[in-house]
Ligand binder design. Structure first.
Ligand code: ADP
Ligand code: ASP
Ligand code: MG
Length: 412
């Protein structure tokens, strides 16, 4: 029988009632003749609560124990979903990651899936089980320890199962009815897209649109998984939601497909470092060894052999970066006068594959921001995106102004 993967996010399994609604949707697909793999997230808010408990217990926690704790939210929903399906007379059972097993690397709290053997679950399907409910977000390391895949990781579990089981489709059920031109919570004018290209979705996700975890889009692109995002709260048709697909499948698209943003940014500057070969290598090696994910980088014009070095990174990594730079200064590897951390910044980005062939998008973006009186602190570009760092208090304004200026409420 054909296999379908259905993933339900936190809000879609937030209460027993919602689990029942989700189970009904699963029942509809079973009745159509599919064997279904259901991937569940923890009930909404649960993972945050668990992360909070870990931080409170041990600020410099052992990541293996972090994973043991935060993976547990998904175990509860997997069991409850299987029970709900059984109550509806649908043959179902639950699986935790290690039982499948979902084999991952040992990079605790941000592990990558390496392999999902399909034989255990397939054997059960052959014996008449119709639904395998799998706890998302978790796996098992080569050392036999529980791992998690990074926040939002159940999306990646879903796509990885779709690839491993050669599923007909991977449906991601969430609290919005598809992928929008920007987060509908920030702009009332956001428009739902019927289709979006993998490359664009990949950029939007990595630039902050948390509707899909970045890694899930990467996997879908690599393994040609038919990926759909849709609402678990509305009646569904076969064409509901947004299809993430190859760009060749999209006839017309706007130059800019969407606007993404990320609140959790910080800008750091080392004031007055030596302007000589090797200085950037030294700074960024130290940061990378400390596990700081540097995003944007600017080196200012040098004066009298000294320069300022600025970068952005997630704001929860600032302490780590400061520690690394202080240590480098103390050991004499780097000299600088001062280190400044600006925690009140946000990143706003416009994304679109049309930028490959259209000029003037950057100029227009900068003009729009300047018309709103928004100062740009750092800029980066790639072939299909332009990102700016601005004061966080202007983030919503910037997103709305850009959405208006690029006329994203209208389709191409
Ligand atoms: P789930 O718990 O189902 O995984 P998430 O909260 O992780 O759901 O992701 C869905 C949320 O993503 C939406 O509620 C929405 O606020 C946000 N979002 C951000 N950018 C977009 C976008 N471009 N299109 C749709 N939703 C977006
Ligand atoms: N429950 C996990 C999280 O909140 C994984 C997920 O929902 O995708 O990050
Ligand atoms: Mg999510």
């Amino acid at each position: 029988m054909p296999v379908l993967v259905m993933k339900f996010g936190g809000t879609s399994v937030a209460t027993l009632d919602r689990i029942r609604r989700a189970a009904k949707r699963v029942g509809v697909e079973v009745a159509k003749g599919y064997d279904v793999i259901v991937i569940v997230s923890a009930m909404s808010g649960k993972t945050n609560e668990l992360v909070g408990w870990v931080n409170e217990t041990s600020p410099m926690y052992d990541a293996r124990e972090y994973d043991a704790v935060v993976s547990s939210g998904e175990n509860v929903t997997a069991g409850l979903m299987a029970l709900t399906l059984q109550e509806m007379d649908v043959p179902a059972r639950s699986w935790q990651g290690w039982q499948v097993p979902v084999k991952t690397t040992s990079a605790h709290s941000s592990a990558r899936i390496e392999e999902i053997p399909s034989d255990n679950i397939m054997a059960k399907f052959q014996q008449g089980m119709r639904v395998a409910v799998v706890a998302g977000f978790q796996g098992v390391s080569p050392e036999g320890r529980i791992t998690t895949l990074g926040r939002g990781g159940s999306d990646t579990t879903a796509v990885a199962f779709a690839a491993a089981f050669d599923a007909e489709r991977c449906d991601i059920y969430t609290d919005v009815d598809g992928v929008y031109t920007t987060d509908p919570r920030v702009s009332a004018k956001a428009r739902k897209l019927d289709k979006i290209a993998f490359e664009e979705m990949l950029e939007l996700a990595s630039l902050g649109a948390k509707v899909l975890q970045t890694r899930s889009v990467e996997l879908a692109m690599r393994y040609k998984v038919k990926l759909r995002v849709l609402s678990s709260f509305e009646e569904q048709s076969d064409t509901a939601g947004t299809l993430v697909c190859d760009e060749e499948e999209i006839m017309e698209s706007n130059v800019v497909a969407g606007v993404a943003f990320s609140r959790d940014e910080a800008k750091m500057t080392l004031v007055s470092v030596a302007d000589r070969p090797g200085i950037a290598a030294t700074i960024f090696t130290a940061l990378s060894e400390a596990g700081v994910n540097v995003d944007m980088i600017v080196q200012n014009i040098a004066e009298e052999g000294r320069t300022d070095m600025t970068w952005s990174c997630p704001n929860d990594q600032v302490k780590r970066a400061e520690k690394a730079m202080d240590a480098a200064k103390e050991s004499g590897v780097i000299r600088f006068d001062e280190m400044i951390a600006d925690m009140d910044v946000a990143k706003v980005s416009v994304v679109g594959i049309g930028m490959r062939s259209h000029t003037g998008v950057a100029a227009k973006m900068f003009r729009v921001l300047s018309n709103e009186g928004i100062n740009i602190k750092v800029i980066t570009t790639s072939e299909i995106k332009i990102s700016v760092l601005i004061d966080r208090k202007y983030m919503e304004l910037a997103v709305q102004a850009l959405h208006d200026a690029f006329e994203l409420e209208k389709s191409a």
